[in-house]
Design a protein around this ligand. Structure first.
Ligand code: PLP
Length: 395
């Protein structure tokens, strides 16, 4: 059935000026990958994040950044990673592929992200790293979590895939941890033509390994060559870290995507601010319907990548609501982020045991509304009016 308002797979529309930047890169970039646009994007991104230049690396998507962060953890058999159970599967499986087991942490029922307390409960003597996901675009309590990880000697990684531009105490999501990843996928508030990502690595010694790790192990020779073509254009090598042989990848992003990514950094704060203003208007317009509990955050701590609510009257009421919105109002709401321990994939791996009641409660009653940035005011008000009408109808 074609809906009046779909859950769009595309977050933003490009301006003519942004399209012109992409066209110019298509005309002039040489090479079409790993050239000046990549360097410019990485530098501008580092400046935006207020982290040192040389610590941010463009990747072909968020997962490839996660895979490299997992490689840099150098897991040994038995190592565990603390991971929120309520997140997208891509937050977790790259660490499993690199040898870690998951220890699921619960989320706060209201903010839907992990806390220092829920993380502390999941830590065991085998824990090597903690992954914090700023889900829906909201920054978790990073000062408390960073303190905990420091005290326990754990690697702290931020999955900031959904939270570009969000900040806490003036510090950007993805700049608190030892590493962070970002996604520029089609759904995200900043998208580099559908796919793209970024890896941040705080330790300069580890960061220095990323270009070769990202690009086939290519690196310069460590001796002066008399002829630039001998023995070949470049060397291939990867270091052995703590007895672990890092394996190379090819996770680069093209120049046109990098050009558009750099250009969008000029507009990302405006996109986020506009989404937040709309989210607050949406939430406030439903204040007299306690059936839906939203997470209201009026500061830049939330970029409202997604607009999610919990049906306080439980799963059956939630299902009736989504059914009515779809069948009567032609608005497609969805349900997102099955607690990962409930997927067959994690069950087959023996990672189906979790003590995460809030994640289960939230997921079983959650509603995610269509909330793309390019939605018209008319459509936004249609969703609000429809929501009010359907909630009243279901009372
Ligand atoms: C929380 C989270 N982590 C990781 C990813 C993976 O990013 P990508 O799709 O760019 O690989 C996504 C999004 O897709 C995500 O939402």
């Amino acid at each position: 059935m074609k809906c009046r308002i779909n859950f769009s797979g595309r977050s933003i529309r490009y301006t003519d000026e942004e399209i012109a930047v992409a066209v110019e890169a298509m005309r002039s970039a040489d090479p079409l990958t790993q050239g000046r646009y990549m360097t410019a994007f990485e530098n501008k991104f580092a400046d935006y994040q207020r982290v040192p230049r040389g610590s941010c690396f463009v990747t072909m998507n968020g997962v490839s950044a996660l895979e490299m962060s997992a490689q840099l953890c150098r897991f040994k058999p038995g190592d565990e990673v603390v991971m929120p159970s309520h997140t997208f599967t891509a937050s977790a499986y790259p660490y499993i592929k690199k040898g870690a087991a998951m220890a699921w942490a619960d989320v706060d029922l209201h903010t839907r992200v992990v806390t220092a307390e829920t993380i502390a409960r999941a830590i065991t003597p085998r824990t090597k790293a903690v992954v914090v996901v700023h889900l829906y675009g909201y920054v978790a309590d990073m000062p408390a979590i960073a303190k905990l990880c420091q005290e326990r000697g754990l690697i702290l990684i931020e999955d900031a895939a959904q939270s570009i531009g969000s900040e806490l105490n003036g510090q950007k999501a993805g700049s608190f941890g030892d590493m962070a990843i970002f996604s520029f996928h089609s759904h995200k508030n900043l998208t580099t033509l559908g796919e793209g990502g970024m890896l941040y690595v705080k330790d300069p010694a580890l960061a220095a390994l990323v270009p070769a790790l990202r690009h086939n192990g290519h690196c310069p020779y460590d001796f002066e060559r008399l002829d630039y073509w001998k023995p070949a254009m470049g060397n291939v090598d990867m270091p052995i870290l703590e007895g672990e042989f890092l394996q190379p990848n090819n996770y680069c992003l093209g120049e046109v995507e990098c050009a558009i990514g750099a250009k969008l950094l000029d507009r990302i704060d405006r996109i986020n601010d506009e989404k937040r203003a709309r989210a607050l208007a949406f939430i406030d317009a439903l204040a007299d319907f306690p059936e839906l509990e939203f997470h209201r955050e009026a500061t830049r701590r939330h970029n409202y990548h997604l607009l999610a609510a919990r049906m306080t009257q439980g799963p059956e009421k939630r299902d009736n609501f989504i059914r009515a919105m779809y069948g009567i109002k032609s608005v497609k709401c969805v349900v997102q982020y099955i607690p990962l321990n409930r997927y067959d994939y994690y069950r087959r791996l023996g990672m189906d045991k979790a003590d995460c009641p809030n994640a289960d409660t939230f997921f079983d009653s959650m509603v995610s509304f269509p909330f793309h940035h390019w939605m018209s005011e008319e459509d936004l008000h249609y969703i609000i009016d429809s929501t009010r009408e359907m909630l009243a109808y279901l009372r």
